[in-house]
Design a protein around this ligand. Structure first.
Ligand code: AMP
Length: 291
């Protein structure tokens, strides 16, 4: 048994350029990477929106992982969210070239009634106002985790701060942690973020791994050493999928479980960066990184 996970976030068509190639309108989105990754470990209930232009084969891929898509709205005549990003020599940080919100501009998340008592809630990266709307519809979750990005820190800081008062755990990358706190030192960033509400912060550091802080503990984990990276897009969401999936599988949220979950997240992320879109992750098999 494992706790089911409710996830809200973006389902996208991504155009991505890296030093090793490019992908055009490929399957992406924070909720997509998260769901695919977490569904290896626990049942996932997805709440998101796409347009009529969204290819059916992408939905089939998620269905095959038994991701419950009954909370996915398909807007007739609508255009799916699109993101265009680029990675330069620094593979740890994406540069956004263009964001087309499209169907997200009018999206109002509606949690199907049988999802409302989900014990684990993951608010993947989307507008913090939408993340908040989801929180307003769930009943007594055991744990709420969220992610965010620089765009929302820069444009919706008041809503984000309101959200942070309501979540147990936040995952964000190093650059975002610095932007949010206006501090440079990571331990200082973590201390500031803990003051904003969450009882745990997980800071993702790309090829340098991840570090988690609570008021009383910290734990740092290096990334799995890879020689070939093709596209880091989705690494953060895939990492979160591994972390939250493992916590849901264990049905525990104590310090030891979080440390174990971070290892799982790091292994999942190490697969996704080996290919564009979800290709690397699709190649993952149980035990493949166990040597
Ligand atoms: P990451 O795991 O941080 O690399 O996230 C990559 C994913 O975030 C991409 O697949 C994008 O589609 C998605 N994304 C980028 N910008 C936004 C945004 N403003 N809102 C929601 N999702 C986004």
């Amino acid at each position: 048994m494992a706790f089911p996970i409710l996830c809200v976030g973006s389902v996208a068509l991504d155009t991505v350029e890296t030093p090793f190639g490019q992908a055009k309108e490929a399957l992406g989105g924070s909720a997509t990477y998260f769901s695919y990754s977490a569904s290896a470990l626990a049942p996932v209930r997805l709440v998101a929106v796409v347009g009529e232009d969204f290819p059916q084969r992408h939905l089939a891929l998620l269905r095959k992982r038994r991701v419950d898509l009954s909370g996915l709205q398909v807007v007739s005549g609508g255009r799916t969210f699109r993101w265009h990003g680029k990675f330069g020599d620094n593979l740890n940080e994406a540069v956004t070239l263009r964001t087309e919100l499209n169907v997200f501009e009018t999206f109002r998340p509606e949690i199907p009634s049988r999802f409302r008592d989900s014990p684990v809630v993951f608010l993947a990266n989307i507008d913090p106002e939408l993340q908040m709307e989801v929180l307003g519809q769930v009943k007594n979750p055991k744990i709420v985790l969220c992610d965010t990005m620089n765009l929302w820190i820069e444009t919706k800081i008041a809503s984000l701060r309101k959200l942070l008062r309501r979540v147990d755990v936040i995952t964000l990358n190093e650059g975002e942690a610095r932007l949010l706190t206006e501090k440079l030192n990571l331990a200082s960033c973590a201390r500031e973020i803990l003051k904003m509400g969450p009882r745990r912060v997980v800071i993702k550091r790309g090829e340098y791994g991840a570090t988690t802080f609570t008021k009383d503990n910290f734990f740092a984990l290096p990334a799995y050493p890879l020689e070939e990276i093709e596209d880091p897009t989705g690494a953060g969401d895939t990492f979160a999928g591994g972390v939250v999936g493992e916590l849901a599988r264990l049905e525990r949220f104590d310090e030891a479980s979080f440390r174990r979950a971070l290892v799982r997240g790091s292994v999942h992320a190490s697969f996704v960066v080996e290919g564009f879109s979800l290709e690397g992750l699709k190649r993952a098999t149980p035990g493949a990184r166990s040597r």
